[in-house]
Design a protein around this ligand. Structure first.
Ligand SMILES: [Zn+2]
Length: 292
């Protein structure tokens, strides 16, 4: 009985200690970083021959208006820009000389950052889904940013091979991050990467369209998981039929990556935003509003 009593006392003493220890732990734990997702308009692309988006002739004689989109993600104190759209030199009115893609850009990224009281110097990271011209156009406009890119994509772009040029992936587009002197300015990834250790934002490796293409998973506190497509698909209908564009690096890899991303979206109950789809992007809040 005496033994039991002392055991009980010990248990009570522990119980008395436990809440305060827990409270201390709570006090020490950092609050979860604030996560926000902003949508930026990074250009308009009218595709005069939509069949370039099918290597099986799904869109003969069709045309379509697409958008180029960029996204700004706030993670605590950090700002990460996802893709950098059409070049700032793109005309404001549709340039019809650029067929089959008629291009225009209403506002540059720095112009849009002003609406958030941000300057190009405030951007900590730029993540490039892939090296195509419509995703790297303004990559050199952020002097303090580190480039986040898959190693395979970086190698392909900077190898300056004719193949890379044929894929509209000139190394000059990321000139600020190339070379020995700029070594600290790039973060070269090999596969899916948990950048902050808390799973958001998380680049998802999807080779195929280009050698090192990736999407971005962003887990928002209210909205939940959101996936930025990074051109796995170019518009909703294209996703439904699992289409492969005529300008594509490796067909088998593109299909395998499509399967991977669809399963991730399903398992995480994620909202998919196809970056070139005007409808997906029109549903997002306009600056300075954001999704959280
Ligand atoms: Zn694109």
């Amino acid at each position: 009985m005496k033994k039991l009593f002392s055991a009980l006392l010990t248990a009570l003493a522990l119980a008395a200690v436990a809440p305060s220890a827990h409270a201390q732990e709570k006090k020490d734990a950092k609050p979860a970083p604030e996560i926000r997702l902003y949508h930026l308009d990074c250009g308009n692309i009218t595709v005069t021959d939509l069949n370039v988006f099918s290597d099986t002739d799904a869109y003969i004689g069709k045309s379509k208006d697409l958008v180029a989109s960029c996204y700004l993600i706030k993670h605590g104190e950090d700002w990460l820009l996802w893709d950098t759209g059409l070049p700032a030199s793109t005309p404001r009115l549709a340039d019809v000389t650029t067929r089959p893609f008629i291009l225009s850009l209403q506002e540059t990224i720095p112009e849009q950052l002003k609406k958030l009281d941000l300057k190009p110097e405030d951007i900590d990271y730029i993540g490039i889904s892939h090296g195509h011209f419509d995703h790297t156009g303004q990559a050199n406009a952020f002097p303090n940013a580190r480039l986040i890119i898959q190693q395979a994509e970086y190698d392909f772009m900077t190898g300056q091979t004719e193949t890379a040029m044929n894929y509209h992936m000139p190394a000059e587009a990321i000139a600020n991050y190339v070379g020995e002197a700029a070594k600290e300015k790039r973060m070269l990834l090999s596969g899916d990467t948990n950048i902050y250790g808390d799973g958001t934002p998380k680049p998802i490796s999807l080779p195929g369209h280009t050698p090192g293409r990736m999407a971005l998973l962003v887990v928002l506190p209210k909205t939940g998981p959101v996936v930025l497509s990074g051109d796995q698909w170019h518009f909703e209908e294209n996703r439904k039929w699992n289409g492969v564009p005529s300008f594509n690096y490796n067909r088998a890899d593109t299909l395998a990556s499509s399967d991977k991303l669809n399963k991730l979206i399903k398992n995480r109950h994620a909202r998919i935003i196809i970056q070139h789809d005007p409808l997906d992007n029109a549903k997002l809040p306009a600056l300075p509003e954001y999704l959280n």
